[in-house]
Design a binder for this molecule. Structure first.
Ligand code: GDP
Ligand code: MG
Length: 758
């Protein structure tokens, strides 16, 4: 069977997951009764929010037919069973009437005669190129090819020897056919040998494009569209050969369309363009099609019109995947050892630490001893298989395939995304990690020669500290974070300590959505209650002792020479009529070096923006001033000089740990005032009065008061026992003191998002 590995990439909400649903249906991967919308979005949070957070690989089976129906997945198990019976019938008929005494050609002619009667389509002495490696090695003319599926080879020998079988196997190996029937008429019994050959096993580089009717393994990876998750996309891209670039016809090309297209192109993928949601009859589809064709650099005829909702045009698109996306290739130089790239990982309750892999060389089987190159760990694999999208065990994973390997590794930190898995058939002995040299059966091999390129680690831009509400849960939180990281390699964390809150972790995120989603997952999937600090970005300080990076406002020393903040290069894509609205918020978000450029019907605005602004509600405001039509993508850029002030917030006279912030000096007074007002509005009212204050440069710059929520504890005591009342009031007072200490740590995390708004 031949393999196609591909991804669907698009701007968020352009319909990737819905299109994937239709592919799953057409190929019979998911039974109809189990099907539900956005099937591959399996996280609870994904379903709830309607967005994809994780890439999701799935294997589908189908048969290329150029327009006719694709076969159902399950028929793959019974490889041409019915056809085999028909052919056997014909063989026996001829043998029974002729016996074993004749020349080969007599059997051939008789078979020809009988085959014609069956009505089966067949070709006699069809010329088939035998391909080995990627070269044509010669020509083969089997006696018959039946229904363009089965090779029938006739012998008239005293017995069927190993060499005849080998020869037939070799023919299969060099062609696109998977089944050969070898029949020997020369012996006292008719000998029939059925030889099945999975061409992917040895020779994935045969070009099958010429033969319709071939069967395919289609490995699809659905990807997230939000720019916070572009690391997920780039990892998926390294595992495939092609991409469907999907554009919502009602939205047109958006920022993430461009960004994803560029990444896919840089990786060298074959890109197939498709315009989606045509069921909505969007205007100007033809114009959009020519824009997409321009972008990809193809003709408009090569852009597919589809609807993921109704399924229109989806079969054709799947056929295009088969026809246009190349076979799994050796993107990297060939290796003697079997090698696989770890492009993702996760934790499974039964299987432990599991790696999602793309095999680039050789094959992997269960119980192989494998080595994780970068981690320097050797392990025996527990299980191997592929995604349906559930985990389906298989005997082996071969060159070009995508699947999973349950590693048997206990420590999740040992599984690194981008690491290379190598089988130990050439045993790596005495690995000297420091010298990057490994001994292989007496010879030395450089590990870096064996390692696949892997990935550049993404840089976190938003930092939040998490402290367990109950200090005893520190280890629990640590394990929870480790487990999340296994499934979200962009997550980074290190131990952190805070006076009031105790031990916790400082966690780095790729953006605000990444933070929100992770906090939510921590809460739900791991059931850990935590207290969080306010999301913050990194600053660089120039001090007498050199350059220092700080993240928390508490870390700002009283004396330093200069402070720098991280910036990003941002690209906004918008229909031209919203340009002036966007330029109007330029100052508020400190956009600089603004350049505009026309891209088709749209305007592309490039600018430099401080990361601190990007993680505020920039995205929401951009959406609202452009009625949802403007979109942006960004790339980290350099650190630039900043002028910021550390502002502390106090509730009831107590500094609230985690609420401190850096604010631009130019606007810190106004902003602090707004934050205090918001806090007043958002903080739950307590049974005692609270002052909310902002403090900067040693003085209070803003204040609001929340009135107490008075509960009359003496209400049920009627009559005049003043002393009892006094006692209760005393008790209430003590209770309030206790409450006060608790408020210090009780800033609900949901408030942060509100406080980030400008
Ligand atoms: P993704 O973010 O790219 O994965 O997009 P989804 O597949 O989650 O789809 C986003 C929204 O668009 C959902 O509400 C879908 O129901 C809707 N959608 C997807 N494809 C189509 C389509 O072909 N036609 C229409 N009318 N809506 C669609
Ligand atoms: Mg999706």
């Amino acid at each position: 069977m031949f393999i196609r590995n591909f991804v669907i990439i698009a701007h968020i909400d352009h319909g990737k997951s819905t299109l994937a649903d239709r592919f799953l249906e057409i190929t019979g991967t998911i039974e109809q009764r189990k099907m539900h919308a956005q099937y591959l979005d399996q996280l609870e949070l994904e379903r709830e929010r309607g967005i994809t957070i994780k890439m999701a690989p799935v294997r589908m089976y189908c048969k290329s037919s150029r327009g006719s129906t694709l076969i159902e997945a399950d028929s793959r198990e019974l490889l041409y069973e019915e056809l085999t019976y028909k052919i056997r019938g014909v063989l026996f008929k001829v043998y029974n009437s002729l016996g074993p005494e004749h020349k080969e050609s007599i059997y051939q002619n008789s078979l020809n005669f009988e085959l014609e009667k069956t009505g089966l389509a067949f070709e006699r002495e069809k010329r088939i190129d035998v391909i080995y490696g990627s070269k044509k090695m010669g020509l083969y003319q089997p006696d018959f090819v039946i229904e363009n599926k089965v090779i029938l080879e006739i012998k008239a020998l005293p017995f069927l020897g190993e060499s005849s079988k080998k020869q037939t196997r070799y023919y299969l190996r060099g062609s696109n056919y998977r089944l050969a029937i070898l029949a020997n008429f020369g012996a006292s019994n008719l000998e029939i040998e059925r030889i099945i050959y999975d061409s992917i096993r040895d020779n994935p580089r045969v070009d099958p494009q010429k033969s319709a009717g071939s069967e395919y393994i289609l490995n699809l990876i659905d990807t997230p569209g939000h720019s916070d998750f572009s690391y997920e996309v780039s990892r998926a891209l390294a595992a495939v050969e092609g991409a469907i670039l999907l554009v919502d016809a009602t939205q047109g090309i958006q920022a993430q369309t461009l960004a994803n297209f560029r990444t896919a192109k840089a990786v060298g993928l074959k890109i197939i363009g498709a315009v989606n949601k045509i069921d909505l009859n969007p205007p100007n589809v033809d114009k959009l099609i020519s824009e997409v064709a321009d972008l990809i650099g193809c003709s408009t005829g090569e852009i597919y019109k589809v609807s993921g909702k109704t399924g229109a045009g989806v079969r054709e698109l799947l056929e295009a995947v088969i026809e246009k996306i190349p076979l799994p290739s050796h993107r990297y130089s060939h290796s003697q050892s079997s090698r696989a790239l770890i492009f993702d990982s996760f934790y499974d309750d039964h299987k432990g630490v599991v790696a999602s892999v793309r095999v680039f060389d050789g094959q992997f089987t269960t119980s192989d001893v494998v080595r994780l190159l970068a981690a320097g760990v050797e392990t025996k694999t527990k299980e191997i298989g592929y995604f349906t999208p559930e985990l389906k065990p298989a005997k082996e994973l071969s060159e070009g395939e995508i699947g999973y390997i349950a590693t048997g590794v206990k420590n999740p930190e040992k599984i690194r995304i981008g690491d290379t898995l190598v089988t130990n058939k050439h045993k790596l002995l005495n690995t000297n990690v420091t010298n990057n040299v490994s001994e292989i059966r007496g010879g030395l091999v450089n590990i870096s020669d064996l390692a696949l390129p892997g990935y550049k680690e993404p840089q976190p831009v938003v930092f939040v500290s998490f402290y367990p509400e109950d200090a005893d849960n520190y280890e629990f939180l640590k394990r929870g974070l480790q487990r999340l990281k296994l499934n979200d390699s962009a997550l980074s964390f290190e131990p952190d300590q805070q006076k009031v809150l105790g031990r916790g972790f400082k966690v780095g995120f790729l953006g605000r959505l990444h933070f929100e989603v992770t906090a939510e997952r921590l809460k739900r999937e791991l059931n850990i209650r935590t207290i969080q600090s306010f999301p913050s970005v990194a600053y660089r300080l120039k001090t007498k002792n050199g350059i220092k990076t700080i993240i928390k406002p508490e870390e700002l020393p009283t004396a330093y020479e200069e402070i720098f903040e991280q910036t990003a290069k941002i690209e906004i894509l918008t229909p031209s009529k919203y340009l002036s609205n966007i330029l109007a918020i330029q100052k508020k978000f400190r956009l600089e070096e603004i350049k505009t450029e026309t891209v088709g019907e749209r305007i592309k605005i490039s600018a430099v923006v401080p990361i601190a602004e990007l993680v505020s509600d920039f995205d929401d405001q951009l959406k609202s001033i452009s009625q949802g039509f403007a979109s942006f993508s960004y790339k980290l850029s350099d650190y630039r000089r900043a002028d910021v002030v550390k502002v502390e917030f106090l509730v009831a006279g107590e500094p609230v740990p985690g609420l401190n912030r850096f604010l631009p000096r130019e606007t810190f007074q106004q902003e602090a005032r707004k934050i205090v007002e918001k806090l007043k509005e958002l903080l739950p009212r307590q049974q005692f009065a609270q002052a909310i204050q902002a403090k900067a440069d040693g003085r209070i710059i803003a204040r609001e008061d929340i009135r107490a929520l008075r509960k009359d504890v003496t209400g049920y005591l009627y009559g005049g026992d003043r002393t009892r009342k006094m006692k209760l009031w005393q008790k209430q007072k003590r209770g309030k003191e206790k409450l006060k200490t608790q408020t210090r740590v009780r800033i609900p995390a949901e408030i942060f998002k509100e406080l980030l708004k400008k």
